[in-house]
Design a protein around this ligand. Structure first.
Ligand code: IMP
Ligand code: MG
Length: 178
């Protein structure tokens, strides 16, 4: 079986346009607020870099290395992150940034930890959302694109650490080796 990428699901142009709109919305919502952006690494790195530069208000940036897939294409259900990486967010308005909301296991685990530290507010922003798979009660306030239940790579998203550098979102497909 060879792994290869096939069709483009979201083009560079579509991403650019949507990221701009999300940034405008976030800028409006957090204008007068003490904002801390907490980006989940590594998947959100490309999205974060583009989004951040379009939000022209004072903010703090923190990053949190998180892993839940451990190399496969199905979530392992176990979310690992180092608690000591969590910044002091007491009374800050926290905006979590992630590449994709799939089952919701990751966001649920991180949100629970953040809420224990009493932020002024907590919202999430994801570039992609696989609605059909997300567990009930988990949602993101800012969503770039709703996508079907397919495994995607590019624009920061990986398969076994590869493909993060693709400029667009592509569907990963498995084909018998020839
Ligand atoms: P969840 O915990 O099931 O919501 O999964 C969220 C995390 O799994 C994301 O932060 C991604 O890193 C990873 N993930 C989920 N779906 C995909 C995909 O289609 N491609 C690449 N990574 C994915
Ligand atoms: Mg991730």
């Amino acid at each position: 079986m060879t792994i290869c990428t096939e069709k483009i699901l979201v083009s560079q142009e579509a991403i650019q346009e949507r990221v701009r709109a999300l940034a405008e919305e976030i800028t409006r919502d957090y204008k007068e607020k003490e904002l801390t952006i907490l980006a989940l690494m590594k998947g959100s790195v490309v999205f974060l870099a583009d989004l951040l530069r379009l939000i022209p208000i004072p903010l703090r940036l923190e990053v949190l290395p998180v892993s839940s897939y451990h190399g496969g294409i199905e979530t392992s259900g176990v979310v690992s992150f180092a608690q000591h990486f969590l910044p002091d967010i007491l009374d800050h308005h926290v905006l979590l940034i992630d590449d994709i909301l799939d089952s919701g296991t990751t966001l649920k685990a991180i949100k629970t930890c953040i809420l224990e530290q009493h932020p002024a507010s907590l919202r999430s922003c994801v570039l992609l959302h696989k609605k059909v798979k997300t567990m009930q009660g988990i949602h993101a306030e800012y969503v770039g694109f709703e996508i079907p239940d397919v495994f995607v790579v590019g624009y920061g998203l990986d398969y076994q650490e590869y493909y993060r550098n693709l400029p667009e979102i592509r569907i990963l497909s498995q084909r018998p080796a020839t």
